[in-house]
Ligand binder design. Structure first.
Ligand SMILES: [Zn+2]
Ligand SMILES: [Zn+2]
Length: 237
């Protein structure tokens, strides 16, 4: 059982997600989570969070229904320079940022170019997690990415929505396995994340937990249950 889920989306992410932050936290409490991260899509995603939404998160309650809440963002990586879709001033008000490549805000590129995009976005001190690097549509050099992540204080996630049958990224298992092998090689911790859009999959790590088990990935390198260490990690620039 895992106690935190740091990649979830509320109604502010648009595209059909209708759950409010209150409903998300209530579900997290039912799932017996101790810590929930709300990470709505950045403004480049159609109908997603606006700059004013992200500006106001800093005044939202930090604890609800017995669950501690961190407020972040899932940034869109826009190009090989690692440009993202929220300005520094607003990013600095949030607890942390996930940076991900999405097909509507990033055109298909070569493996070398995708790798460069990840390396460059890690130079942004607000980026603490690379989101779903497992996507086969955007091949990347995991060994290079994980080595740089270790140097830059960034971690990678094992994304439940990629691995679950309801996922839409295709078969990501080989890529997730390779990510785990590289993280083990460079002793980089990982995070399991549901990437739940709405309440439905909050705290559900069925397939990602199975993957780390298959990879015989050390439990001590999975941050979900190390709440104090995780909070310090996410909030340190
Ligand atoms: Zn995403
Ligand atoms: Zn997401």
């Amino acid at each position: 059982m895992y106690l935190s889920d740091m990649h979830t989306h509320s109604i502010a992410s648009g595209h059909g997600t209708v759950c409010t932050i209150s409903e998300m936290v209530k579900k997290a409490a039912q799932q017996k989570l101790k810590l929930l991260g709300i990470t709505d899509h950045g403004p480049a995603t159609m109908a997603a969070g606006t700059p004013s939404y992200f500006r106001n998160l800093s005044i939202c309650p930090r604890k609800r229904f017995g669950v501690e809440v961190l407020y972040g963002i899932e940034l869109n990586i826009l190009d090989t320079e690692g440009s993202v879709d929220l300005e520094e001033d607003l990013l600095s008000r949030l607890d942390y940022a996930i940076a991900s490549i999405h097909c509507y805000t990033y055109s298909r590129k070569s493996k070398e170019e995708n790798t460069r995009a990840y390396l460059n976005v890690m130079k942004n001190p607000h980026v603490k997690i690379l989101g779903h690097c497992d996507n086969p549509k955007f091949p990347a050099d995991y060994d290079t990415i994980v080595r740089h992540a270790k140097e830059n204080g960034v971690i990678l996630e094992i994304n439940e929505a990629s691995l679950a049958p309801y996922g839409y990224r295709g078969d990501t298992r080989a890529n997730s396995m390779e990510i785990l092998q590289c993280c083990r090689k460079y002793e980089l911790p990982i995070l399991l994340s549901s990437d739940s859009h709405g309440t439905k999959h909050i705290g559900d790590f069925t397939y990602s937990a199975d993957m780390v088990h298959q990879a015989m990935f050390p439990e001590s390198m999975i941050l979900n249950n190390q709440i104090p260490r995780l909070k310090v990690f996410l909030q340190t620039r």
